[in-house]
Design a protein around this ligand. Structure first.
Ligand SMILES: Cc1ncc(COP(=O)(O)O)c(C=O)c1O
Length: 382
């Protein structure tokens, strides 16, 4: 049997923890009732499991359970937050029509914002600094009396840099601007309590934190009005219609619990492994780190390598390593994030992203380094 591939693509997705799979297990076939069926015991049990999960998730985020709305993932949570807020403003007869976001947002934020910009809203996409971090003065200057919303991600999915959420939250609060944060890469990985950061809307996703795919949530701060984007059976306080996927919801809660339990120790261990990977590759020369060294996710490293084509390098590495050239969702295109840092299309195309994870071992990093050293040296000799 071939040696297993070393998986270093944990920003694309993480494995679902066996303990999460075990927690979900009873809710597929044994206790399968619809939590909206309040007329019988199995339905009530399912509803209780959903509410227990909601409470557990809320506790992990330091918020009230009533603000947690389950969605199919961060994409849907972002769409609900952004379009829902814009629509609620229109419905209330409000006059704010200006939206602000960073140029380095995930497409699950950029695309809904572009959609809104075709429907009466005006969008400002802020450039970032060469290290991927927002320029707070520039951000402040972009805010207007009619700015409805500012959206920034907590941790970038490609380069892992962490935006200064508390400072951004303050700027928004002072102007009555709603602050949406895409926390898909951050929740379970860095300490993030939305209510203490001035965040009004927080999106996150199960499969980025060792939970199942197809589940996520939007947390909505008390008093923030969001218009539903899925209409139907009135589930989730009428904010998101559709029968609730009880196993996935139970799994999301369990995954978050586990992630919060080992977050600090995991980050420390992965940071040491990530730094070793960086030092060994930097020693080859002509290897550049994309994005600030700090603040950054402990388990992310993104590089561009002089004289190499990233896709070609990836093909050479494919038998041994699972890595990515950037966002899993826009593979094939030179990254808009790297270009926003000032990299040329060619440099962006020579980029490679490493995402370490809970089960990444020191031996795997050594093997990855050896494979990379070999592949890079060979490619440079061609
Ligand atoms: C920052 C960010 N936002 C949103 C998403 C989309 O999440 P989901 O797959 O849960 O829809 C991703 C996934 O790649 C992401 O990294």
């Amino acid at each position: 049997m071939a040696d297993p591939v070393i998986y270093l693509d944990h920003q694309a997705t993480t494995p679902c923890e066996p303990a999460v799979v075990a927690a979900m297990e009873p809710w597929w076939s044994d206790q399968f009732a619809n939590p909206a069926s309040r007329s019988h015991r199995p339905g009530l049990l399912a509803a209780a499991a959903v509410e227990q999960a909601r409470t557990q998730i809320a506790r992990g985020l330091g918020v009230e359970p009533a603000g947690v709305v389950f969605t199919s993932g961060a994409t849907e949570a972002n769409n609900l937050a952004l379009k829902g807020l814009a629509e609620a403003e229109l419905q209330a007869g409000g006059q704010r029509r200006h939206l602000v976001a960073l140029a380095t947002e995930h497409r699950a934020v950029l695309d809904p914002l572009h959609y809104l910009s075709r429907h009466g809203f005006e969008l400002t996409l802020l450039p970032v600094q060469a290290d991927g971090l927002v320029d707070l003065e520039r951000l402040q200057a972009s805010l207007r009396p009619d700015t409805l919303l500012l959206s920034t991600m907590a941790a970038n999915n490609e380069i892992g840099v962490l935006q200064p959420l508390a400072a951004i939250g303050q700027l928004c609060r002072a102007r009555g601007i709603r602050f949406h944060c895409d926390g898909a890469q951050a929740i379970g990985h860095i300490p993030l309590q939305p209510a203490t950061l001035g965040i009004d809307l927080l999106s996150f996703s199960g499969h980025k934190l060792y939970g199942p795919k197809g589940i996520g949530a939007l947390w909505i701060a008390p008093g923030v009005q969001v218009a539903p984007q899925l209409h139907g059976g009135g589930q989730e306080q009428g904010l998101r219609a559709g029968s609730l996927p009880v196993p996935l919801i139970v799994g999301l809660a369990k995954a978050l619990e586990l992630a919060l339990n080992d977050r600090e120790a995991r980050a420390q261990r992965l940071e040491a492994l990530r730094d070793r990977l960086w030092q060994r590759l930097a020693a080859l020369g002509g290897v550049h780190r994309n994005g600030a060294a700090a603040p950054r996710l402990a388990h992310n490293l993104n590089l561009w390598i002089e004289g190499l084509d990233g896709a070609q390098l990836q093909r050479a590495l494919r038998p041994v390593l699972a890595v990515s050239s950037g966002s899993a969702c826009s593979s094939g295109q030179p990254s808009h994030v790297l270009q926003a840092l000032g990299l040329s299309r060619q440099q962006a195309a020579a980029a490679i992203r490493f995402g370490l994870g809970r089960h990444t071992t020191s031996a795997e990093i050594n093997a990855a380094v050896a494979a990379l050293e070999h592949a890079i040296t060979e490619a440079r000799q061609l």
